[in-house]
Design a protein around this ligand. Structure first.
Ligand code: SF4
Length: 461
């Protein structure tokens, strides 16, 4: 950077760029007003009631019959039957907050990007990829204690409980989160202090562990006292330098931050305690679509901003939800507008029952190219592939080899699992007919993977 003094020119300033029309800055337009009252069941619900987190929790829909009842009159009977059948095949149980239900455009439910994430319909489901594994990230294989994954050298993922304020179709942790479904018997990570103690003992015994993610499930479901207990136990360990509380809450029930004073004060208390100890405590959240950010979200995030709580976002790239440069750019700009750092965009993991949501790696690279440059670098998300088999998050561009025809990409993770190769697969329905036929044959599947691995080895540095 030059430090020389410059003499200002006398000529008038010639604008190089015309000012934009403020009407085009749509990321600033946030939904306000009683939008929930368009849902018949919430027609009489006042603003005070709707903002009350206890009302939201009490009226959260937790079974298919109740969900379908709430939708009566809003959607066709054909859609209801489609959704009923969709849930029968889903690996996740039902949980939808009134706030979320109110944000869905029920006049066009098949196209609505929020409906797509939470309410499966059988007519859109696709067969799983033949290489899919229920715990594709191998979180359990890397867990020295149940509910504690230690994969990266200095970081661990702590799962203190297995419930969330909503259940998302695309959940990577569908092997554990929520109730059993017709197709999946879940691993149990219920909140249990004995299990937590074993996790603390392990973390304290590993001097290299500095960074702990407290996820789940979802930190929103922890009681205020539990936030304090977990935060204090971890901050007391000299090796622990950073904590992240992970919650989807701001995206699906932001009013809790405004009206659950005990919870918000507990979080703020741990952030402040961390600051006094010169340790970072932040909130990680999960918005996927710009419409998930409303005026209520802005008020909630402003409250966290005033209390000095840093919030970062991790999105999942999903087909028909956010898989265009326009929608992703709008999301990124809107996140920046409400003071949330767009940290990661995950290329969708291989998850059971949601092949219709996955995109190709090529789509992710295309979108990333268009998003980068639209705002400041620190507000630009990194697009990552969470390498199946436990390689951890890899920059989507860092593949050793990618065959767009077979849809096979190969990653390595030298700092995490040196010498190993991790293979990601594009969804089959996005490939050519010839390739889809090859994928029907197990011998051909092995040949395609072997070919990709040998080419990756040849390129490896
Ligand atoms: S909130 Fe997170 S952990 Fe819970 S179901 Fe959704 S993606 Fe899974």
């Amino acid at each position: 950077m030059s430090t020389a003094l410059h003499v200002l020119p006398a000529d008038p300033i010639v604008p190089k760029k015309a000012p934009v029309d403020p009407a085009t800055l749509t990321y600033r337009d946030l939904l306000r007003g009683p939008f929930w009252q368009k849902i018949p069941a919430y027609r009489e619900v006042s603003e005070a009631q709707f903002l009350d987190h206890t009302w939201q929790a009490k009226n959260t829909i937790t079974n298919v019959a109740k969900l379908l009842k709430a939708l009566e009159g809003l959607v066709s009977s054909a859609f209801i039957a489609d959704a009923e059948e969709g849930f029968r095949h889903a690996p996740m149980s039902v949980r939808v907050s009134p706030y979320l239900l109110s944000l869905i455009d029920w006049s066009d439910p098949y196209a609505d990007p929020l409906r797509i994430q939470f309410v499966p319909v059988a007519s859109r489901l696709l067969p799983d990829h033949p290489k899919l594994d229920l715990d594709s990230l191998h979180e359990q294989a890397d867990a020295p204690v149940p509910g504690l994954t230690h994969r990266y050298p200095d970081k661990a993922l702590f799962l203190p409980l297995d419930t969330c304020p909503v259940y998302c179709r695309f959940c990577t942790r569908s092997y554990a989160i929520g109730l059993d479904t017709e197709g999946v018997e879940k691993v149990n990570f219920r909140a249990n202090e004995e299990r937590w103690k074993r996790a603390y003992e392990y973390i304290a015994s590993r001097p290299e562990l500095e960074d702990i993610v407290i996820s789940g499930g979802d930190a929103y479901q922890l009681r205020a006292q539990q936030i304090t207990e977990i935060g204090e136990a971890l901050l007391a360990m000299p090796n622990v330098r950073r904590l992240r509380f992970a919650t989807k809450g701001p995206a699906v029930m932001p009013m809790k931050i405004l009206t659950d004073d005990a919870w918000t004060n507990a979080l703020t208390g741990i952030v402040e305690k961390g600051r006094k100890l010169h340790k970072e405590v932040v909130l990680h959240t999960h918005f996927n679509h710009p419409r998930e950010i409303t005026g209520i979200t802005e008020d909630a995030l402003n409250k966290l901003m005033e209390r000095g709580v840093t919030v970062r976002n991790q999105s999942v790239l999903q087909r028909r939800v956010n898989d265009t440069p326009e929608v992703m750019t709008l999301l990124v700009k809107r996140l920046g507008h409400v003071n949330v750092h767009p940290y990661y965009v995950y290329v969708h993991d291989l998850v059971k029952g949601v092949e219709d949501l996955r995109t190709t790696l090529d789509t992710a690279l295309y979108i990333e190219k268009h998003v980068r440059g639209s705002t400041a670098g620190f507000n630009t998300p990194t697009f990552v592939v969470d390498a199946p088999g436990g390689g951890g998050k890899r920059d989507a561009h860092s593949y050793e080899f990618y065959d767009r025809d077979t849809g096979v990409s190969v990653y390595t993770a030298p700092a995490v699992k040196p010498g190993q190769y991790f293979v990601y697969f594009d969804p089959l329905d996005q490939l050519s007919d010839t390739m889809r036929r090859r994928w029907m044959d197990p011998a051909e599947q092995e040949a395609m993977v072997a070919d990709a691995l040998s080419k990756a080895r040849a390129h490896l540095r």
